[in-house]
Design a protein around this ligand. Structure first.
Ligand code: BT5
Length: 241
């Protein structure tokens, strides 16, 4: 399972959160190469802004850890492009879109999410994919789905991880050399928000307008009263139906 880029893979049956475990390893100086932490279940999975990430058996929950490396926030966009490519290859007929900056959507439901964090001069990219769960927990069943729910096929979780790590490794040099600009075209083909009326929130502030794609630097473009506003990171994006 290890690759040239990810030399060390650590498996857990149950852990609070693979991102938290990665942070503990970094803090204690126990990591000296790029490492992947994978868990079958997480008891305290994290979303962005400390939101809860439900991580039951059947999903793929893992974190990529790059010691002594600080990525920019567009690493989550790069990761969502890689993840989309991998999932699209495995499920060629499914309608998968990327919701800026860190979600994969199946029709109108979230099927995967990404959490990028910098900690102690290191980078952690946490990835959660709903694969074989037969149903989603009640509190997220309206907004989330799994591949099993959608296509009624059991998926080999380890082979999804293997594919993902290999694809990440293959595309990574391009990201390092050219940053996110060379992935914009791909992103735009599968942009979930493009052309939709959206509401963007940061803290107590809120903007409403039409999603107009992403910039060369990976910022979200929103058309508000005929002017364009660009966002580098936001707390929440909702569709206005
Ligand atoms: C994310 O946050 O989408 C980032 C998710 C990252 C999870 C991975 S799993 C491995 C690693 N270890 C961790 O502890 N985390 C990472 P955000 O955009 O803030 O979305 C969070 C929101 O998604 C929640 O508030 C729920 O509404 C919804 N949600 C929770 N669990 C979900 C699930 N399993 N599938 C889809 N949506 C979910």
């Amino acid at each position: 399972m290890a690759t040239k880029l990810f030399k060390n893979i650590k498996f857990y049956n149950k852990i609070d959160s693979t991102n938290l475990e990665a942070k503990r390893f970094i803090k204690n100086g126990k990591i000296d190469c790029n490492t992947v932490f994978v868990a079958k279940t997480q008891t305290s999975g994290k979303g962005r802004l400390n939101r809860k990430w439900i991580s039951e058996n059947g999903g793929l929950w893992f974190s990529l850890v790059f010691p002594n490396k600080n990525f920019q926030s567009d690493i989550t966009i790069f990761t969502s492009v890689v993840l989309h490519k991998v999932l699209k290859k495995i499920f060629p007929d499914s309608i998968l879109k990327i919701k800026w900056p860190n979600d994969i959507f199946f029709h109108n439901k979230k099927i995967a999410g990404i959490l990028g964090e910098n900690s102690n001069k290191s980078s952690i990219i946490g990835i959660g994919i709903n694969l074989n769960q037969k149903k989603m927990k009640k509190d997220i069943s309206e907004i989330a789905t799994s591949f099993f729910i959608e296509i009624h096929k059991k998926i080999n979780i380890k082979s999804v991880l293997r594919d993902f790590l290999q694809n990440f490794e293959d595309e990574f040099p391009k990201y390092i050399e050219e940053e996110i600009s060379s992935f914009i075209k791909y992103f735009q083909m599968y942009d979930y928000l493009l052309g939709r009326q959206i509401s963007v929130s940061i803290g107590n502030e809120n903007w409403q307008g039409k999603a107009a794609g992403i910039s060369k630097k990976g910022k979200l473009k929103v058309e508000i009263n005929r002017a364009e506003k660009r966002f580098i990171s936001v707390d929440k994006i909702d569709l206005i139906w």
